[in-house]
Design a protein around this ligand. Structure first.
Ligand SMILES: NC(=O)c1ccc[n+]([C@@H]2O[C@H](COP(=O)([O-])OP(=O)(O)OC[C@H]3O[C@@H](n4cnc5c(N)ncnc54)[C@H](O)[C@@H]3O)[C@@H](O)[C@H]2O)c1
Length: 242
């Protein structure tokens, strides 16, 4: 069934892939970002802190895919707090008021960072978290807020713990880190993964789910939930799609 989907962060690395896959599947996609994207000229330009702009973007939307954020560790007070904490508050409230039925949130594999590097593998979604730093802590806040919206407001919420989809400038870093090839997330797989979240059955009330491509050597983030609940099957493996 075709849905009206709002994708925040639609001009970013993952956002562009998600928009392309959702459009390919026939969904009506609306983009929201603070910067324009030549690939998606109709993107609504605005900031997560601008509630009026968010309410305008949210009108008539059934599913929100919330990707806009500071995507890694950065200064807490000037970057993470306004974008990942206050911005999350505004987007969730705007979605609730607009009657959005499903919210897909971008969390991160950095919430269980230390287990991935040193613990028993693979890491499952139900295990206690071990955040890498303040960025990961904002993603734990996001997961917890999403859980609350599901319980309190009856909105279906899916929090996605993503592997690594390298942004421009990160190519050499990921190439040099063998373990990272196990959590690589290609743009094509990211598009498919988020489309599966959008199209997941209405019976999904709240879900935390890992998302990667096929591991190169060893499974670090378990993918059983993605496969069984979302029907997501990774198609690519490091370095495909780089
Ligand atoms: N790429 C990865 O490996 C990875 C891994 C785990 C989680 N994530 C998460 O996935 C999401 C997308 O990451 P990405 O790699 O595509 O990052 P990106 O930086 O390429 O894209 C993020 C987009 O969000 C926009 N944005 C940021 N703050 C905004 C604000 N206040 N108002 C409006 N727009 C704003 C930016 O302009 C950018 O286009 C993020 O939430 C990130 O934390 C990414």
């Amino acid at each position: 069934m075709s849905q009206t989907v709002l994708v925040t962060g639609s001009s970013g690395k993952i956002g562009r892939a998600v928009v392309a896959e959702l459009q390919r599947r026939g969904h009506e996609v609306r983009g929201f970002d603070r910067v324009a994207s030549p690939a998606f000229p109709s993107t609504l330009i605005g900031n997560l802190g601008d509630r009026v702009a968010l309410e305008h973007a949210m009108a008539g939307v059934r599913c929100l895919v919330h990707l806009a954020a500071t995507p890694d560790d950065a200064d807490f007070m000037t970057e993470l707090l306004p974008n990942n904490v206050v911005g999350l508050y505004h987007i969730l409230e705007a979605a609730r008021v607009a009657g959005v039925r499903r919210i897909v949130l971008a969390s991160s594999g950095q919430v269980n960072w230390w287990q991935q590097l040193g613990g028993d593998l693979p890491v499952f979604e139900h295990q206690p978290v071990s955040p890498r730093g303040w960025y990961a802590a904002t993603k734990m806040f996001l997961e917890a807020a999403g859980r609350g919206y599901s319980e309190q407001h009856g909105i279906s919420v899916i929090a996605t713990r993503l592997g690594w989809c390298p942004r421009p400038g990160q190519e050499e870093e990921i190439r040099a880190l063998e373990w990272a090839h196990d959590v690589y997330l290609s743009p094509n797989d990211a598009g498919r993964f988020f489309a599966c979240c959008v199209e997941a059955p209405d019976t999904v009330k709240f879900l935390i789910v890992n998302g990667t491509s096929k591991p190169a050597r060893q499974t670090r983030l378990d993918m059983t939930v993605a496969r069984t609940v979302l029907g997501y099957e990774p198609a690519e493996q490091w370095p495909q799609g780089m």
